[in-house]
Design a protein around this ligand. Structure first.
Ligand code: FAD
Length: 488
């Protein structure tokens, strides 16, 4: 069937059904706006289909296998066999449940759903091109548009994702067998999370990173336990190199890496001195995880008058508005941090602003989590950032090795660190590395959001034995009266 060139209209056009777009659409529906959500691929976007959810499913599954085979200390002797097809099937079921839920929630909130690719004709008109059965196109007139087209993995020269042994994160999350060996290009959070997944499946993993440490942007003390665990898992690192090309060999591929010309100092202590020779690494596959770029070049944004910066991000203000007043940009396409919850928060704000509410985005209490082993979670300001912003600070720390609950989980590496304003004790930020850091950071987000003080956190009774007691003890430590660790 070919859809004719009919013209319809909507109050709010949302382009892209990732966590930024579908949340914006649902919120707009709740606010009784007439909203149309257009998606060209799959409901839930990168996050649900190829990102957050599948990666976390595989992290959990490989953790189960790894922990079971390393539990002799607890008196458990097991040698689990991994059925990769079964593991991927389970991951796909989780994804299907969530993407199906997104579609149902949209419909239940009165969102009109359309499948197709959006381009702009002008600042109030979009063209929706359909493929497959419904091929053809239609024209949609809109009062407001919310652009939520997300991002895609950056390709580096000579490493095309079209070539079979070269994997993007999306392809790496869908392998039907465990590679014997893998080169990972990039030690950012996606590279490090997937390096751990495959190392735990028994793959020989080597990570190439052009900088001199893992996880650029995170404090050294937070990433030290992650690097240590990666070393323990047998992951090899080659810092100060960039992957330049690959070739087929009789047994697989050979990845060539050249010394990085300019190694930006990241304060990392792990860096080996940079050799001047190129490296040659033999492997079965190579995963390229060097970052993501905005999907803004396929929309004909110029026709709508919407401007992007020199990296292609659509610039938007604290109310998610672009330079064109009635067009909004949210999520990865609107800039860093490229995280699902940041996009969802922006999506809600965009819908509320369109409905006339006084909403605005506050990036101050924006958590960031790396689901490595152990996890890292941060929120608010680091000590250095707080001091740079003119605060006199006090810091409290609590090590998980002093937490009864952490010891009973068999995982007591890492610590909770709280940064607060010295005089009144307002919580300014926190960093956690260790078990369930991703869950524990929520309490500190609430503390910052509510303007809580160290005293508030310390005097909140936390259940025993829980990991969350470590948050309370870190606050007590900053106040000089932690019970289960020595105070400064
Ligand atoms: C491996 C991996 C792991 C990740 N893990 C995490 C994590 O643990 N936590 C976290 O917060 N973030 C994580 N992320 C990042 C997260 O996935 C993104 O930040 C998030 O998906 C961004 O949401 P979005 O809605 O802006 O864009 P997307 O999720 O990319 O969605 C955009 C949607 O727009 C559609 N689209 C694009 N152009 C058009 C068009 N012209 N017409 C119609 N539709 C269009 C796309 O098909 C897509 O579905 C991860 C990413 C990856 C790759």
């Amino acid at each position: 069937m070919v859809v004719g060139d009919v013209t319809t209209g909507t109050d709010v056009l949302v382009v892209g059904a990732g966590p930024a777009g579908y949340v914006a659409a649902i919120r707009a529906g709740q606010l009784d706006l007439d909203v149309t959500l257009v998606e060209k691929d799959a409901y839930g976007g990168t996050c649900l289909n190829y990102g957050c959810i599948p990666s976390k499913a595989l992290i959990t599954a490989t953790d189960v296998a790894h922990e079971a085979s390393h539990a002799e200390e607890m008196g458990i002797h097991a040698d689990p066999a991994v059925d990769m097809a079964g593991m991927i099937g389970w991951k796909d079921d989780v994804v299907d449940q969530l993407t199906g839920g997104v579609e149902k929630l949209c419909k239940a909130n009165g969102v009109n759903l359309l499948e197709g690719t959006v381009t702009f004709d002008d600042e109030n008109t979009a063209r929706i091109s359909h493929s497959g059965d419904g091929q053809g196109s239609e024209t949609l007139e809109f009062e407001h548009a919310i652009v939520a087209t997300g991002s895609r993995p950056i390709e580096i020269p000579n490493f095309s994702y079209e070539d079979e042994p070269v994997l993007s994160s999306k392809q790496a999350l869908d392998l039907d067998s465990v590679p014997e060996s893998l080169v990972v290009v990039g030690a950012g959070y996606i590279g490090m999370e997937l390096a751990s997944v495959f190392a735990k499946l028994g793959t020989d993993v080597t990570v190439i990173e052009m900088l001199d440490s893992i996880l650029p942007g995170y404090d050294d003390d937070l990433k030290r336990p992650v690097k240590q665990r990666a070393d323990d898992l047998g992951i090899e690192f080659e810092f100060g190199y960039t992957a330049s090309e690959w070739e087929d060999t009789a047994d697989g591929i050979r990845v060539v890496a050249d010394p990085a010309e300019d190694i930006a100092a990241d304060g990392g202590a792990e860096a080996e001195p940079v050799e001047s020779e190129s490296l040659e690494l033999d492997a079965e596959k190579v995963l390229v995880a060097v970052g993501r770029e905005p999907v803004s070049d396929t929309l004909d944004l110029e026709a709508a008058g919407v401007e992007t910066d020199d990296r292609g991000f659509i610039e938007s203000d604290s109310r998610a508005r672009t330079n064109v007043d009635h067009i909004f940009a949210v999520g990865d396409v609107a800039g860093e941090p490229m995280l699902a919850h940041k996009g969802s928060a922006e999506g809600q704000v965009a819908a509320e602003v369109i409905a006339g509410e006084p909403a605005a985005i506050d990036h101050q209490a924006m958590p960031a989590v790396v689901f490595t082993d152990p996890e890292i979670a941060t929120i608010g300001m680091t000590e250095a950032e707080a001091e740079e912003a003119g605060f006199e600070t006090v810091v409290g720390e609590f090590p998980f090795r002093a937490s009864g609950r952490a010891l009973t989980t068999g995982d007591s590496e890492g610590f909770v660190k709280i940064v607060a304003e010295k005089e009144d004790g307002y919580v300014l930020g926190a960093g956690i590395v260790g078990p369930e850091a991703s869950e524990l950071i929520g309490e500190l987000g609430l503390a910052i959001e509510l303007g809580a003080t160290l005293e508030d956190v310390a005097s909140t009774v936390h259940a025993h034995p829980t990991l969350s007691e470590s948050v309370m003890e870190a606050a007590e430590n900053a106040l000089g009266h932690a019970i289960h660790t020595l105070n400064r």
